[in-house]
Design a protein around this ligand. Structure first.
Ligand code: AMP
Ligand code: GLY
Length: 429
């Protein structure tokens, strides 16, 4: 098969790494990709939102399967665009329809979907600028902290956890009246705060059938002990101790089944990955959010644990034949430590040469924001630069393998969190 993968992050390098291991893949193209995908596939200079360009590439290169990595093209409707065009309508695409992608693109839409389908989630109300007074009155009735969420996509910054009523009221007004997050905060979801530990659950679905992939925990904030600014993710571990069989059965019955059944019942076309962000509150799962793609950096810890053929999984999703796929998962631990540019998630300098070590067994380095300069040297080109994954029979070993790689990699001002996995190690003792 000729396969086209859209995206350029660590998630896409992990996808590419897994895809090229399959005997079913004859040629993989990645648009636009990064220095890591360039080493195992063919990078294409195409923007992920240039739908016409993508269509022409698919036709010119006899593409048999399209895989969409990030949410942006999904929310903008790439799947509908390709499936509605006579020339590309018979080519399977892995990714939900635009309506399905609204589960990530609009918090209000996803909360209403959860309510209709009895999926456990935090209590909430949604307000627009015309409903300021009602919203402020509602805030007065809420327990602290109060969670405010911009309805639309806000690059991971649209969620505020307010510790006082004054802070909540001020932020609420800024979001609705001063467009703090632009169009994204034209609607604001006010939500009950959930206590507990977060878990990332990944579901592959063709809209009827589903497979639950290995779960993971990610480390969102820049500083150790989960302090400081939110990032796209500084590390991940899989499996997660509290997500035992009993817990995952509960997640399947209470969350995954009603979600997939809800998609089918409401005629929301969905052939893709669904990432369910859960809060484990005293053993009960509550959905914090849906994402309509795989997580990053969770993918870099999840995919190495999948031992069955990955292209067959993608084909099953894209062609609606997932029922026949036999998902096999390694019991091994995988841990990922993300190395970022100094200063990230705020301003940072690009273009520093990076030295990569030769890899030992049980370690993988996935590229995210990398490229090569005119001298052919590998350089940092984005905030999140490399995702180093270590595998092992124990969590300790997997962490040792990940960190031993990290310690051998150097560029000016690079930074990583040394505490990835430490909270889970403590829970295991
Ligand atoms: P979201 O963009 O909805 O994933 O929110 C970003 C982060 O805010 C989540 O990963 C949680 O850490 C936190 N968060 C969101 N909603 C809640 C909630 N209702 N209770 C507690 N924490 C939350
Ligand atoms: N790691 C969280 C995300 O991909 O959104």
């Amino acid at each position: 098969m000729n396969i086209l993968l859209l995206g350029s992050g660590g998630r896409e390098h992990a996808f590419a790494w897994k895809i090229v291991q399959s005997p079913k893949c004859s040629q993989l193209y990645v648009a636009p990709g990064n220095a890591g995908t360039a080493s195992i596939a063919k990078n294409i200079q195409l923007s992920i939102t240039d739908f016409e360009g993508i269509k022409n590439f698919i036709l010119d290169h006899a593409i048999d399967l399209v895989v969409v990595g990030p949410e942006e093209p999904l929310v903008k409707g790439i799947v509908d665009f390709l499936l509605k065009d006579d020339q590309t309508s018979n080519i399977p695409v892995v990714g939900p329809s635009q309506l399905g992608a609204t589960l990530e693109g609009s918090k209000d839409f996803s909360k209403r979907f959860m309510q209709r389908n009895n999926v456990p989630t935090a209590a909430y109300e949604t307000f627009t600028a015309n409903e300021i007074e009602a919203g402020l009155a509602y805030l007065e009735t809420q327990k602290l902290p109060i969670v405010l969420k911009a309805d639309g996509l806000a690059a991971g910054k649209g969620v505020l956890i307010c510790q006082s009523l004054k802070e909540a009221k001020d932020s609420f007004k800024e979001m609705l009246l001063d467009q703090k997050f632009g169009e994204a905060s034209a609607k604001v979801v006010v939500e009950e705060f959930l206590h507990g530990i977060e878990l990332s659950v990944f579901v592959a679905t063709d809209g009827k059938n589903y497979k639950i992939l290995p779960e993971a925990k990610d480390y969102k904030r820049i500083g150790e002990g989960d302090t400081g600014l939110n990032t796209g993710g500084m590390g991940a571990v899989s499996p997660v101790i509290f997500a035992d069989n009993a817990y995952m059965n509960k997640v399947e019955e209470l969350v995954v089944k009603p979600t997939v059944e809800g998609l089918a019942k409401e005629n929301i076309p969905y052939k893709g990955f669904l990432f369910i962000g859960l809060m484990n509150n005293n053993g009960q799962p509550y959905v914090i959010e849906y994402n309509v793609r795989m997580g990053d950096p969770e993918t870099e810890a999840v995919l190495p644990r999948i031992t069955s053929d990955f292209v067959e999984l993608l084909e099953g999703i894209g062609t609606g034949t997932l029922e026949n796929y036999n998902l096999e998962i390694s019991p091994e631990y995988a841990t990922t430590v993300v190395m970022v540019s100094g200063g990230y998630p705020e301003a940072y300098q690009k273009g520093f040469p990076i030295t990569l070590p030769s890899l030992t067994e049980n370690t993988i380095v996935f590229h995210a924001g990398t490229s090569t300069n005119e001298k052919g040297e590998l350089i940092n080109q984005g905030g999140r630069v490399l995702a180093c994954t270590g595998l092992g029979k124990t969590l300790e070993n997997a962490l040792k393998n990940a960190f031993s790689t990290v310690q051998k990699i150097h560029w000016e001002k690079s930074y990583y969190r040394k505490d990835i996995g430490q909270d889970i190690l403590k829970l295991m003792k």
